[in-house]
Design a protein around this ligand. Structure first.
Ligand code: ARG
Ligand code: ZN
Length: 877
């Protein structure tokens, strides 16, 4: 809590540690309200002969400190709110510290806490200091041994990192287990789990023929929902061997699913802890998106074993070193398991809907932040998703083989160490003997770059000139970024034309495995191409080869041609999306001028062509006919006029529904199937298209028929939820009937109930605001469960643009009150909720004022957590 202003941490202040920990022996005597932690460590000094020993610790009750076996008097050390300081320690010594903590009342879910009656931990980023006094920084690595002592009845299972080396019984119906981790690690990778969990077991044989025990621990009632997670784990292990040559390094790999978790999952060495949302699935309870999410998060945490654990971060400013790289790896994994084209588009949508707005707002930061108040606030879309895009740039520039050479060198050089983003870049550069110094600029500059391209064609000489300019908003002279642009030339029929770089461009245009690549390295650059018998159409930024906003004035005819014919599925999708966006933007202007709206002819033609295209993947069709998501539409405007945008989008949906009702219905029926649910890309694609059609049909003349029928079939959760989604914005009795049926069916299933809450929290219905108030009072609502809080308040602030931005300002007032309430319970979750307000300056007139007032109201609370304080204060600056 913040009496005085919280401290800002700067990258430039980094100092290597003054002490090394040779080994650490932790003993936990577990009790819900008074867990005793004994921490015995062997330490020696590595520099600063006179420096005191300073250990981090928060919320701990200190019981005793022994130095080399001798108990210290309280006068021999200092204890503050955040540190334990021993002014005088020898060169080499053993320190034993006993503390007590209260897991039962730990509602922050950092450190050791209880969830559904079990014990679990979350230490990243700085949670270990809530377990014991220690060097809570990622560049202090040591060998951990953990002894867990607990009552047998309530804690059948006792788990920690590494290998189980000893178990035994103790008096009073207690027992113990000792785990030893043979790999050095920083404390953020420590984990402990205890309780009455059941396990699902399997094995994996590595390519060097070692047998690895795989275990997934869940509450007994969830044993029937682990199969997909286990299969995903085995696929991840195999894929990492095949694609990256990386093999697992312990004899056992454990995953624990818990209901109360602040984020998605955590890669603790050998003992991952997961939000149950990313483990549990069966067709009746989980959607295709859930299945895909599970596979990718299981992969993500598994891939961290090498990119994060074996090679870790020097300090938290390097977070993207492990996260950007591991997200890139999980994206490639999903891409290889399902459809590369679909995955790329989904990732671009995610980036644009979430990261672009973040980068355009007051919390904007480079993928390597230069300062922070609360590190947990920097587990962002920028560090993760833009970070992954930057890793992808290396991949595009170096090709798969070159990239893998770089990875190999990275592991050869840094295995067992805590390193920086520069170390990664140098490994990539050295392994390929090229200079990548300019890549640094992607790490230190915030904001989404704009890439402006202009085309000139000289018919007399057959020469095409492309003039490219890069800019970063609000920065007049930024350091130029290295921007790889994949591209192609097309004739009027969409056939490829030859690419022949002219004299001045030979060293800037390349043939790569992903196609023609133009390498932009300066702020403004001209590229020449010769030997063209006709003026080509441009297909630019194929594969979304760089995380930029492309400004290129293509005509509607060109966009239509690209949408139907380009060789690159991203560009095809992007072209029809641009047509939709132009139509929406046009209608926003019309609405503002008091004129009627129009439904673009060119968009209609492209829509129909895509919907009826033969042989096109139904998933790509579904993505193409979908409208750009609201956050991305908002991003197109300097000043956001919520009413105008919502009207324009509403109009667009209604026009689509009306104009194409026949074709949509036909496509819907063509993709219905009686087949049992299967997690398979073809089946998923069919469901995706069918349900996109269903969503549109709900805006048409007969909105409820198909949706109710689909709901009643109860085929699988994907289809059931799609049916509810279609009904969700309608003021019809069928909506209420289906929602209450759903409640009756699934009341006992926490994850499914999250869906029930979130449906209502994002409803476009007139009384949504009132409904959200009701949901907060519902007996199944629970402020201590982050998933439940997010499914109501997170969804409301982020996805319900209509109700959250209600002209009365009541949506803002509601969320502000809830943020304050939540901050006392769980600051990390509260800080995420408050980001709904950060873009307040972008909104028009009275909304801007009301959002500002809501933020000021939050800021006025004198006891704000650092988490919420940082976001609110930076937003109001
Ligand atoms: N390292 C985890 C991951 O896989 C995220 C943990 C973040 N947790 C937190 N409280 N900041 O991405
Ligand atoms: Zn991660």
């Amino acid at each position: 809590m913040t009496q005085n202003l919280p401290k800002t941490h700067y990258l430039t202040d980094y100092q290597p540690p003054a002490f090394e920990v040779e080994s650490l022996f932790l003993t936990f005597e577990l009790l819900p309200n008074g867990t005793r932690v004994t921490n015995r460590m062997q330490v020696h000094r590595v520099k600063d002969l006179s420096a005191p020993l300073v250990l981090d610790g928060e919320g701990l009750e200190l019981i005793q400190v022994d130095l080399d076996g001798v108990a210290l008097m309280p006068t021999q050390y200092d204890v503050t709110d955040t540190q334990l300081i021993l002014p005088d320690v020898p060169e080499r010594f053993e320190l034993e510290i006993v503390t007590e903590i209260d897991p039962e009342n730990n509602t922050r879910l950092e450190g050791l806490y209880r969830t559904s009656g079990n014990y679990c931990t979350q230490c990243e980023a700085e949670g270990f200091r809530r377990i014991t006094y220690y060097f809570d920084r990622p560049d202090v690595l040591t060998y951990f041994t953990t002894k867990i002592i607990a009552d047998k009845q309530d804690n059948k299972v006792l788990l920690s990192n590494g290998n189980l080396v000893e178990v035994g019984d103790l008096p009073n119906d207690r027992h113990y287990a000792i785990w030893k981790d043979p790999y050095k690690k920083p404390c953020y990778l420590f984990a402990l789990v205890a309780g009455n969990l059941e396990e699902v077991e399997d094995t994996f044989i590595t390519r060097d023929q070692r047998q690895i025990d795989l275990r997934i621990y869940v509450e007994p009632k969830n044993l029937d929902k682990c199969e997909h997670a286990m299969e995903s784990l085995k696929r991840s292990m195999k894929w990492d061997e095949e694609r990256f040559g990386l093999v697992y390094d312990l004899d056992i790999y454990m995953i624990v699913a818990v209901d109360d978790f602040n984020m998605g999952a955590m890669e603790n060495k050998g003992l991952n802890v997961f939000n149950s949302k990313y483990v549990l699935a069966k067709p009746e309870t989980a959607t295709d998106a859930d299945y895909e999410g599970i596979e990718s998060v299981i992969g993500h945490e598994y891939f961290h074993n090498w990119t994060g654990n074996r090679v870790t971060c020097r300090d938290w400013f390097q977070l993207t070193l492990k996260e950007g790289l591991t997200v890139f790896r999980d994206q490639e994994f999903t891409s290889d398991m399902l459809s590369p084209a679909v995955k790329r588009i989904e990732d671009v949508k995610r980036l644009r809907n979430n990261q672009f707005p973040e980068d355009a707002g007051p919390m904007s930061h480079p993928i390597q932040p230069q300062s922070y108040i609360e590190m947990n606030n920097f587990y962002t879309m920028t560090v993760y998703e833009k970070g992954a895009e930057v890793v992808r740039l290396y991949h595009t520039l170096l090709g798969e083989a070159g990239f893998q050479k770089g990875m190999q060198l990275y592991f050869d050089r840094f295995d067992g160490q805590a390193v920086t983003v520069e170390d990664f870049r140098n490994a990539m550069a050295d392994a390929n003997e090229i200079d990548l110094a300019q890549m640094h600029n992607w790490y230190t500059q915030a904001g989404t770059p704009t890439l402006k391209v202009e085309k000139h064609f000289d018919a007399a000489t057959g020469t095409l000139t492309l003039h490219c300019e890069q800019s970063l908003k609000g920065q007049s002279a930024h350091a130029p970024l290295l921007i790889p642009v994949l591209f192609g030339f097309l004739n009027d029929d969409g056939r490829a034309l030859p690419v022949r770089p002219g004299e001045n461009s030979r060293n800037k245009v390349f043939e790569t495995e992903k196609g023609h690549l133009l390498k932009l390295t300066t702020l403004s650059e001209t590229f020449e191409f010769t030997g063209l018998s006709q003026e080509p159409h441009l297909s630019l930024l194929r594969h979304f080869s760089a995380p930029v906003n492309l400004e290129y004035a293509a005509s509607d005819e060109e966009l239509m041609m690209l949408a139907s014919h380009d060789a690159d599925s991203f560009v095809r999708w992007e072209s029809i999306q641009t047509l939709a966006l132009k139509n929406i933007e046009d209608n926003v202007a019309r609405f503002q001028a008091g004129n009627g709206m129009v439904f673009s002819e060119h968009y209609q033609q492209a829509f129909q062509a895509v919907l009826e295209a033969k042989g096109l993947d139904p998933a790509l069709k579904a993505l193409a006919i979908g409208l750009p998501d609201l956050p991305y539409v908002f991003e197109q405007f300097e000043t956001i006029d919520v009413d105008a945008v919502l009207q324009a989008v509403e109009y667009q949906k209604a026009q689509i529904a009306q104009t194409f009702s026949g074709a949509l219905d036909k496509a819907y029926l063509a993709h219905c199937s009686k087949k049992a649910y299967c997690y398979d890309k073809h089946d998923m694609a069919a469901r995706m298209l069918k349900n996109q059609c269903l969503a549109y049909l709900a805006y048409g003349a007969e909105p409820v028929v198909r949706a109710v029928a689909q709901y009643e079939q109860q085929q699988n959760m994907t289809d059931v939820l799609a049916a509810l989604n279609a009904l969700n914005h309608l003021a019809v009795s069928e909506r209420e009937a289906c929602l209450s049926d759903f409640y009756e069916r699934w009341q006992q299933d926490t994850l499914v109930m999250d869906k029930w809450f979130s449906l209502q929290a994002r409803s476009e219905s007139e009384q949504a605001l009132q409904d959200v108030r009701g949901l907060l009072e519902h007996p199944d609502f629970n402020y201590r469960n982050p998933n439940r809080v997010r499914s109501v308040l997170g969804v409301f602030g982020r996805l319900n643009m209509k109700a959250f931005h209600d002209a009365s300002g009541e949506g803002y007032a509601l969320l502000a009150e809830e943020v304050l309430k939540m901050d006392k319970i769980n600051p990390q979750v509260a800080a995420r909720l408050v980001t709904a307000f950060t873009s307040w300056k972008r909104f028009k007139g009275h909304r801007q004022d009301k959002m500002q007032s809501a933020l000021q109201h939050i800021a006025a609370d004198k006891a704000l957590s650092k988490d919420v304080y940082e976001i609110v204060s930076k937003s109001l600056e």
